[in-house]
Write a protein that binds this ligand. Structure first.
Ligand code: NDP
Ligand code: 8X3
Length: 250
């Protein structure tokens, strides 16, 4: 029987690439996001490879999260893998100029949204006495860079929650691990800069950043280890990147 992976933020970037990678390896998928047309496109594309069920909800809306999880059909209900990936940076401003809306978005999506989705799925994993939760943090979960203040705080919280989940869910045999990428060229910077594509593209100029497929490959590796192996915490950067602020550019 196929294993089910539940992926948040599957409409773009790392989540979408992960959905494709896991579909190629015979996982069946529950794909989540807010953009219905993207969910439909992905469902159609991957439908040739595996069974796909899509859920449209905003991770900030706790009622919507729990209702969405209740809608999962029985064929997909045994969720073996939860990939807590939905998230973004909003803005890149010094703390004194930060926007309250941006702060709310980052805390509500990256931290509270991850908690709501986990809260809805964990009881299923406890009942199964098995499951694997992958929390997508960031190098921003491990260090703080100029103007990254609240985004870094939100990802430090993901790092703490990853550790906390691993400790608390240990007694149920549930695997929990964090994956912390450096700079990955996705729609991330476009969202951070509120649709300013030119500014977003500049972030990745002059060096080879990671691509979403690099992270998808790693997630695939992590979730296909034998069950007694738990990759607890993994930091990955492009070769050109040594830290959040040190990047070797042409
Ligand atoms: P993208 O912007 O390409 O993808 C973000 C995904 O998150 C989209 O599918 C989006 O779907 C979803 N999402 C955002 N807000 C919400 C919301 N409120 N409710 C539901 N879904 C939401 O960025 P990435 O693929 O790069 O980012 C994925 C994760 O990786 C994030 O957690 C990010 O912080 C992390 N990361 C990214 C790095 C990078 O350099 N790109 C590096 C390190 C970590 P939709 O808009 O359809 O809802
Ligand atoms: C994204 C990494 O350094 O672009 O989490 O903020 S960075």
């Amino acid at each position: 029987m196929k294993k089910t992976a539940f992926i948040t933020g599957a409409t773009s970037g790392i989540g979408r690439a992960t959905a494709k990678r896991l579909a190629q390896d015979g996982f069946q998928l529950v794909i989540c996001g807010r953009r219905q047309e993207r969910l439909d496109e992905l469902q159609e594309e991957l439908g040739a490879l595996t069974e796909v069920y899509s859920l449209n909800f905003d991770v900030r809306d706790k009622e919507a999260v729990f209702k969405a999880v209740e809608r999962i059909p029985s064929e997909f209900a045994k969720i073996e893998v939860l990939i807590n990936n939905a998230g973004n940076a909003h803005g890149l401003d010094p703390i004194e100029n930060g926007s309250l809306e941006d702060w709310d978005a980052m805390i509500d999506i990256n931290v509270k949204g991850l908690l709501y989705v986990s809260k809805a799925i964990i009881p299923k994993m406890i009942a199964q006495q098995s499951g694997h939760i992958i929390n997508i943090g960031s190098t921003a979960a491990k260090e703080v860079y100029p103007n990254g203040n609240v985004y870094c705080a939100s990802k430090h919280a993901v790092d703490a929650l990853n550790q906390g989940m691993r400790i608390d869910l240990n007694q149920y045999g549930i695997r929990v691990g964090g994956i912390h990428p450096g700079m990955v060229e996705t729609e991330f910077s476009e969202v951070r800069f509120k649709g300013d594509k030119e500014r977003a593209e500049k972030v990745y100029h002059g060096f080879q950043p990671l691509c979403a497929e690099d992270i998808a490959d790693i997630i695939h590796f992590v979730v296909t280890r034998p069950y007694h192996v738990n990759i607890a915490d993994l930091v990955v950067m492009s070769t050109a990147q040594a830290s959040s602020t040190i990047v070797k550019k042409d």
